[in-house]
Design a protein around this ligand. Structure first.
Ligand code: E4P
Length: 221
């Protein structure tokens, strides 16, 4: 399972990238709008820090505009994946970009049928937004289950990038479904680290060792 960070925050990206646990990054216009400074500088910096795919999203909704923006976004770096919204003009853009060898991620997927169409158009990734479905009173993970089964049945090469993740159980469920990637906000990734027994165990080890050190003040290793 690959882990992407769903954030445009440079500090968080650096922190998790330095731990070697990040396979890529997803951004969107809302995430970029939360960061200070020129978004172009932020995008440049993300692409410089992260070696894996960095997803940058178009703003336009017309075919020609999306193509033009995709070409501009691609100039930020070889590892840029262009995020395109799940609309008819978007899928037309995905087809053209695939012919040009530009990777795309079709975003705002809320049904398995949308995922099938995005894959057929040549998308490199599809992003089902499971948290937003849950918020809407639907079972978001059920579409991840369906999409993984359908893509496996037909050997679609499009990768399933589970997005809009709200808690660590979503990560485990996505993994059990066999989804290729989860993209996590920093707060959720942080929660994956912690367990009270880890803290308790470490405190116990350190306080026991301090007793040994009290008896042997020069002890080093
Ligand atoms: C994915 O690429 C999106 O940026 C993201 O996961 C959306 O999540 P949200 O529903 O928490 O905004």
């Amino acid at each position: 399972m690959k882990i992407f960070l769903d954030s445009a925050n440079l500090e968080s990206i650096k922190t998790y990238n330095d731990m070697g646990i990040l396979d890529g990054v997803t951004t969107n216009p809302s995430l970029l709008s939360k960061e200070k400074g020129d978004p172009r500088k932020v995008m440049n910096e993300i692409v410089r820090i992260v070696k894996g795919p960095v997803n940058l999203e178009v703003i336009g909704t017309d075919y020609e505009v999306m193509i033009e923006e995709a070409h501009r976004l691609k100039k930020y770096g070889e590892n840029v994946v262009v995020k395109i919204p799940m609309i008819p003009a978007g899928l037309r853009a995905v087809k053209r970009l695939a012919q040009e060898g530009i990777s795309t991620n079709v975003t705002l997927i809320f049904s398995s049928n949308q995922a099938i169409l995005a894959a057929k158009s040549g998308a490199s990734y599809v992003s089902p937004f499971i948290g937003r479905l849950d918020d809407n009173g639907q079972d978001g993970m059920s579409i991840v289950r369906e999409i993984t089964q359908i893509f496996a049945n037909y050997k679609f090469e499009t990768e399933i990038l589970v997005a809009s993740i709200r808690h660590p159980i979503h990560v485990i469920e996505a993994g059990k479904c066999g989804a290729d990637i989860v993209t996590l906000p920093p707060e959720i990734l942080q929660k994956m680290f912690t367990h009270p027994l880890t803290d308790k165990g470490l405190n116990g080890f350190l306080s026991d060792w301090n007793k040994v050190k009290d008896l042997n003040p020069d002890l080093l290793f």
